[in-house]
Design a binder for this molecule. Structure first.
Ligand code: 5GP
Length: 207
């Protein structure tokens, strides 16, 4: 990676959130901006109803995943909720060199690895308004079994404690406000807004 101009990594923007916080819907909304491209991760988990291979994720087997790890084809990879997820290296650098902001929709473990490797990258954490609303959204989307919902709610408690390490925090209470914030923070490559905004109290009383 050292052969690249490090400044291109200012365009790399990580977005993390617990399951059900609305991250994917918000990212879908801002991805129509022609200055933004969203990286498609590989995962070893089964597709959910409605998910399309090559659009939502590249769905691959655990064996394929292991082979790609060995071949060093990931910028980072992690085990999340019992499945493998990874950010493929190919295409990212190419897009960054074209001055495109690349969004990585990844968990806090991946975010920590990327920030260490590329300190100029920026990261955004999306919080739900409360734990109760998170649970309600997870149940209403109707895509996961009860045990998966329970595991994701347990993991959310850990994930929420990581929000304070991020450059920007968005509370997804009103969707269109959160969408505007996500768009402006994603394009804030010089961290101008990050320096201006005072971070909200990070852990809500009911988290
Ligand atoms: P889901 O299964 O709900 O789509 O995603 C579960 C979690 O995995 C989310 O927190 C999501 O951000 C994270 N994730 C998705 N792709 C990647 C990736 O490439 N790397 C890492 N570290 N996490 C990922």
């Amino acid at each position: 990676m050292n052969e690249f101009d490090n400044n291109i990594f200012k365009k790399l923007c990580i977005v993390s959130a617990p399951s059900g916080a609305g991250k994917t819907s918000l990212i879908k909304k801002i991805s129509s901006n022609n200055k933004i491209s969203v990286c498609i991760s590989d995962t070893s988990r089964e597709p959910r109803k409605g998910e399309i291979d090559g659009i939502d994720y590249k769905f691959i087997s655990q064996d394929e995943f292991q082979t790609k790890i060995k071949k060093e084809q990931y910028l980072e990879h992690a085990m999340v909720h019992g499945n493998f997820y990874g950010t493929p290296i190919d295409s990212i650098v190419n897009l960054l060199e074209q001055d495109i902001v690349v969004i990585l929709e990844i968990d806090f473990q991946g975010a920590e690895i990327i920030k260490k490797k590329f300190p100029l990258s920026r990261n955004i954490f999306i919080l739900p308004p409360s734990m109760q609303i998170l649970e309600k959204r997870l149940r209403e989307r109707g895509t996961d079994k009860e045990e998966v919902i329970i595991e994701r709610l347990e993991n959310a408690k850990i994930e929420l404690t990581k929000a304070k390490n991020y450059d920007y925090i968005i509370i997804n209470d009103d969707f269109s406000t959160a969408e505007k914030q996500l768009l402006s923070y994603s394009l804030d490559t010089e961290l101008t807004i990050a320096q201006k905004i005072r971070k909200e109290p990070l852990i809500h009383s009911d988290f």
